[in-house]
Design a protein around this ligand. Structure first.
Ligand SMILES: Cc1ncc(C[n+]2csc(CCOP(=O)(O)OP(=O)(O)O)c2C)c(N)n1
Length: 268
């Protein structure tokens, strides 16, 4: 399997708990990259801190494992200095939308050509199960032993409103769709966001009595539906999967190059 060439075997076994969905995302991402025929030298993966962010250690791309919540800021710097490279930024829900929420909306607003993957397990996995801005209301967490009272963000609506030009969602159950969406997101020129609902049986599943990994994956199967389906009209509680936004807008690095050109010519 050619994908094996993309893995740093020396860092295995990985740190993820048995049944964690993050490994499924890693697998889908590798298949997406392989299907694009990209060389690993053309890819830079930038991550922050979290179970999800550890993915950058396991892949033999150019990788930067940075600080919690700041992956998009580092990635913006890399992309502006080397726009010919493909930047992939995997993040946890806390990383992307709690401490990193401001970076997220501004990267979307600028339409810089990065692929942001939000690995949404609705909990802070690495630090022991605190609730995140994507946990939603009525969720048990170590920091909410009597359940949360905060509503969660809808990543798709947030990314859309902030200006992302490609926005999609899938789950760790729907691996073929996920692979395709990751491929489309990498190909898209502009800020692309793929939200992946992924299971954390250890902290989210156990506390919320959702069962183990298999039951959580079944939950994704039974509680999601393709975007625009009839099922959603009949049952508004279903979570939609698919592509929500796909449009062309001026890309930030290209627009910035034009500013440099104008400055060099001395023209306003
Ligand atoms: C500035 C800073 N604040 C807090 C932490 C502690 N910390 C590390 S990972 C993490 C949250 C991880 O949750 P998430 O981003 O959702 O990813 P997951 O582990 O669930 O994949 C926190 C709070 C840190 N490393 N740095």
């Amino acid at each position: 399997m050619a994908v094996k060439d993309f893995i740093r075997e020396r860092f295995f076994p990985h740190i993820w708990c048995p049944g964690c969905g993050h490994g499924i995302v890693l697998n889908s991402l590798l298949r997406a990259v392989e299907s694009l025929g990209m060389s690993k030298n053309e890819i830079v993966m930038v991550s922050g801190i979290g179970c999800s962010s550890r993915i950058s250690g396991y892949l033999d791309f150019h990788t930067l494992h940075t600080i919690h919540g700041r992956a998009l800021a580092f990635a913006t710097g890399v992309k502006l200095s080397r726009p010919e490279l493909n930047l992939i930024v995997p993040m946890g829900d806390g990383d992307a939308l709690a401490i990193g929420g401001n970076h997220f909306i501004h990267a979307a607003r600028r339409n810089i050509d990065l692929t942001a993957i939000v690995m949404n397990n609705r909990i802070y996995g690495m630090t022991g199960g605190q609730f995140s801005p994507l946990s939603g209301c009525g969720v048990m967490a170590t920091t909410a032993p009597f359940a949360t009272v905060d509503a969660g963000f809808d990543v798709v609506e947030l990314a859309r409103a902030a200006g992302a030009t490609f926005v999609a969602r899938s789950t760790a159950y729907h691996v073929q769709q996920l692979t395709k969406l990751l491929r489309d997101a990498i190909l898209h020129e502009g800020f692309s966001v793929v939200e992946v609902l992924t299971q954390c049986p250890t902290y989210f599943g156990r506390r919320n009595k959702m069962g183990g990994a298999v039951e959580m994956l079944k939950w994704f199967k039974e509680n999601t539906t393709p975007v625009g389906s009839k099922a959603k009209a009949e049952n508004p509680a279903l979570i939609e999967r698919g592509i929500f936004v796909q449009k062309e807008m001026p890309e930030y690095c290209k627009a910035y190059d034009q500013v440099i050109e104008r400055a060099q010519k001395g023209k306003k």
